[in-house]
Design a protein around this ligand. Structure first.
Ligand SMILES: CC(C)(COP(=O)(O)OP(=O)(O)OC[C@H]1O[C@@H](n2cnc3c(N)ncnc32)[C@H](O)[C@@H]1OP(=O)(O)O)[C@@H](O)C(=O)NCCC(=O)NCCS
Length: 441
């Protein structure tokens, strides 16, 4: 399992089953919040869940470890969690890097850099077209990543605004804990809902069963999975939230209804469930108390339009770092999306080239009668031949719909299109559109 001898008593290797407990303790220590006096139990529990082999897409040897052979201790580690994401319905495999940490005495020696090289290689061997990470500011840019997909964010309200029932009234809908038998229903509702986003994460029934019953209680990524039912017991949707308050807020991780069910009708009952549950959690964790709820459902979600007058707060979204090592292959994969965007546009049947200049290299797209004929690396882009230019990796912001071409051009003077045709094509091929990812953690 040794991958590399780093000298000075340090080896870089894959984790083995007998590393599970050490990894859990290491990550609980490293990832505690900066003012915490205790290790992060929630991170230790998540690490242990990953390490003991219960996770559908992860095994302990998906962790890299740098070990100090003098005392056998872990001094640095990270992992690669395999999953599939969708780009407007087209699946592409993704490697997500998580639990990145180095012991303070061993920092700034390139230990994380070395482990990134290893997991980038594993990811390529697994045929993954993208690597993603949600992490500390700027740092991952140096390993080839660009901020490219919205992450989280949401809208919330305060408890006193949650509508109460009048005397004698009962809720038309109720929320109950999900069981593993609900996995097919949740999968079905989720699969329909994720289609409203440009980028989303594929989740199969095995993963839903893991969410429902497979994670240990303190784990930071565990959610209470719930089913929303009508008074007659029909399943109408599902809800997920952590089994604790964050500060004084109960966060909603997922809330989706079956097609044909009214958000306006169901949501008041869901809010009353959140109030009752949040109050219970508050009572268990003084000095916290339930003060409000946040639907952490990204920049755009039907529930926001169902209860606009109850939403006072906005949580700004974060951003996923994305690395696309082979952009031409990625563009080939999503060609059907590009072709249908063209077919529905003013440029229907387009024949011609789009030569994208990223200064160090570029991407050369050729279309014929509205079909993508080729997508190739443009090794030494020539300024006067370029259709459009994008500094660094900013093109990824356009590709993943996070920013429109006009927005990128506004922010970066060295982003521009040569002519009207290039500008129109970029707007058609790469419209801005919200994404919402519930990643496989
Ligand atoms: C952030 C962290 C993982 C970096 O680990 P590390 O082993 O020191 O990283 P490396 O030395 O491989 O980093 C590569 C380069 O980035 C530099 N670097 C280290 N930490 C940095 C930071 N926070 N911001 C910017 N650059 C940083 C290193 O000096 C090195 O520079 P070089 O290539 O010029 O020599 C480590 O500081 C840590 O464990 N922090 C606490 C936990 C944490 O925040 N993890 C990240 C969660 S997303």
């Amino acid at each position: 399992v040794t991958i590399d001898d780093l000298g000075d008593g340090l080896i870089l290797r894959r984790a083995r089953p007998d590393d599970a407990e050490k990894l859990s303790v290491f990550n609980g220590e490293i990832h505690r919040s900066h003012d915490a006096t205790e290790p992060a139990r929630s991170i230790a529990a998540w690490t242990r869940d990953l390490a003991i082999g219960a996770h559908p897409t992860f095994k302990i040897d998906d962790f890299t470890i740098v070990e100090d052979t003098r005392g056998g201790s872990i001094v640095s580690s990270l992992n690669l969690i395999s999953q599939t994401w969708l780009y407007d319905g087209i699946a592409f495999d993704v490697g997500m890097i998580e639990l990145v940490g180095t012991h303070p005495n061993f920092r700034s020696r390139g230990l994380v850099r070395r482990q990134f090289e290893v997991v980038h290689r594993w990811s390529a061997e697994r045929g993954q077209l993208a690597q993603v990470i949600s992490g500390i500011p700027w740092y991952y840019r140096q390993f080839g990543y660009e901020y490219a997909i919205d992450e989280g964010g949401g809208r919330g309200g305060i408890r006193s605004r949650i509508p109460t029932l009048k005397d004698g009234e009962t809720d038309t809908f109720r929320v109950r804990s999900a069981t593993v038998d609900d996995a097919p229903f949740i999968a079905y509702v989720y699969d329909a809902a994720r289609q409203r986003y440009l980028v989303s994460c594929a989740r199969d029934e095995a993963m839903w069963r893991h969410e429902i019953g497979g994670r240990s209680v303190p784990s930071t990524v565990r959610a209470e999975m719930c089913v929303v039912e009508s008074a007659t017991g029909d399943h109408v949707g599902f809800l997920a939230h952590p089994a604790r308050l964050w500060g004084n807020t109960l966060e909603v991780r997922a809330y989706e209804l079956k097609a044909g069910v009214s958000w306006l009708a169901v949501t008041p009952s869901v809010l009353r469930y959140l109030a009752a549950t949040g109050t219970e959690y508050g009572a268990q964790s003084t000095p916290d108390f339930f003060d409000g709820f946040t639907f952490m459902l990204g920049t755009d979600h039907p529930v926001y339009r169902a209860i606009p007058s109850l939403l006072q707060t906005t949580v700004t979204s974060g951003t996923w770092y994305v690395r696309i090592p082979d952009l031409a292959s990625f563009v080939h994969r999503i060609a059907p999306v590009l072709e249908s965007r063209l077919a529905a546009s003013e440029a229907i049947g387009f024949t011609g080239e789009l030569k994208l200049n990223f200064y160090r290299d570029g991407l050369w797209l050729v279309f014929e009668m509205g079909q993508l004929r080729s997508a190739e690396v443009w090794p030494r882009p020539e300024r006067y031949q370029s259709s459009a230019s994008f500094p660094d990796r900013t093109f990824l912001q356009l590709l993943f719909g996070r920013r429109s071409f006009a927005e990128i051009r506004h922010a970066f003077p060295d982003c521009y299109a040569r002519d009207n045709q290039a500008q129109v094509l970029l707007n058609i091929l790469f419209p801005a559109r919200p994404s919402l990812i519930w990643q496989i953690s």
